[in-house]
Design a protein around this ligand. Sequence first.
Ligand code: ADP
Length: 544
Amino acid sequence: QFPFGRRLPCDIYWHGVSFHDSNIFSGQVNKFPGMTETVRKITLSRAMRTMRDLFPLEYNFYPRSWILPEELPLFVAEVRTMKDSNPSWKPTFIVKPDGGCQGDGIYLIKDPSDIRLTGSIQSRPAVVQEYICKPLLVDKLKFDIRLYVLLGLLKSLEPLEIYIAKDGLSRFCTEPYQEPTLKNLHQVFMHLTNYSLNIHSGNFIHSASANTGSKRTFSSILCRLSSRGADVKKLWSDIISLVIKTIIALTPELKVYYQSDIPAGKPGPTCFQILGFDILLMKDLKPVLLEVNANPSMRIEHEQELSPGVFENVPSPVDEKVKVAVIRDTLRLMDPQKKKRKDTQLAHPALAQAEVSPWQGQDELSGPSAQADPCVVLFCRCQSPERAPGASEELPDAAPGPEAALPSLCLKQVFPKYARHFSYLRLVDRVAALFIRFLGVKGTTKLGPTGFRTFIRNCKLSNSNFSMAAVDILYIDITRRWNSMGIDHKESGMCLQAFVEAFFCLAQKKYKALPLHKQVLSLIELCECRLAALHGKRLVWGCG
Ligand code: ADP
């Protein structure tokens, strides 16, 4: 710790809350710039909606959401239409303030007219979301799952690396669950699984055992489900898909922040981050994403009231079991010595090919593309002290290191391991790459009118039906609307989401008959192709 400042560079920087040190030029930082903003409830809901517009079936794991106050009329209208078409539909909604945590300010409603328009909502934007009325219950109680996900490692988030911890926490409500009615809507101990709320219930049970009490390990729930005959393998596979798809939805925005804080071509650190995924299981075992935490609690003790008003911190074995493993293995994967060895292997790929992934043959996602690709094998080789039969003696770390004494890794790589299953979903990523290319000024996150015009001109998207004057109007219309509802007023110009909207608009205009994802893909390919041709021409002119 450097309470008075730091003079020498470090291998690993561990920041408490967010990426905040602009004086880091090397090493690895445990936070991504912009992660906190990217996973806020409103930003996450927007990113999920964009992906759901493109891929409705693939992104149906996030509850339908509306942003308040700007989408209140839309919310009212859509609920009315859905009720008209299905009169037996009796929905419940959950209102969650943006940027809130620990259940703060959350309430349930039965009708859009119950939204509290006075006070907090005007000053504090929020998300209103379909409430999952039929969650899976254990011991008659609602619970959610906190899973830890490690993201990153390499510069500029490419190639993306995602690891999921093999165990997580299950946090229980403290009142038996009943489907929401007007009478029980306000009963937080029945409907909200937050530990920080339920700890204040007289029914909260602290337990040293992993499979009893109000906080248990996720693996204990899986054991229980498995003994009831549930398909636990399929559940894990669904959870892995949910995590990968969510990260795919978040990376475009993250890349914009990343290039702004750590511009390409300049010395800078690489980043990694432990995220907390909050997941609810429905009765039919379908996992639903509730939210992503950029700064999940890593506390391994809890407060106990010894006598009225006298508290003491006591160890929590369940937290310790899960969280210590996550931090330990994050540091193992970050070990700068290992990174060096990995670089050596990248320089001598033949050496690495001799190794076998400890996960080979245990693919959770079936299909031909689920086979480990060489780069996964490389990484597994670094992680595991075990030697595969026939592994070369000449490998640089042939001597057993201090790791030999450590338990096997709890963090399991799922990306790029399953990259080929999901690469077709990465359309917004490619739109973001175009956006970043035309940002121009280093350190910015918004596109100016000149940048937008250059994008249109270089990609040859303007013609007699779509004049440059129409281009300017499109820019002004969309930018103005996004800036009027945006949270970030620091910079003027077009933000990534506004550019994505403009891009979709152009794609719809150009390829009318196709479904949206095909329209967008066609326009991306056209732009990439025209930019490549332009780049080629410039190179030729340069040589000439
Ligand atoms: P916070 O950041 O304040 O904890 P969450 O989005 O995690 O906000 O919501 C708090 C709790 O409310 C969750 O842990 C879960 O128990 C419940 N909850 C949130 N969204 C839903 C939903 N769509 N359906 C059912 N329960 C929900």
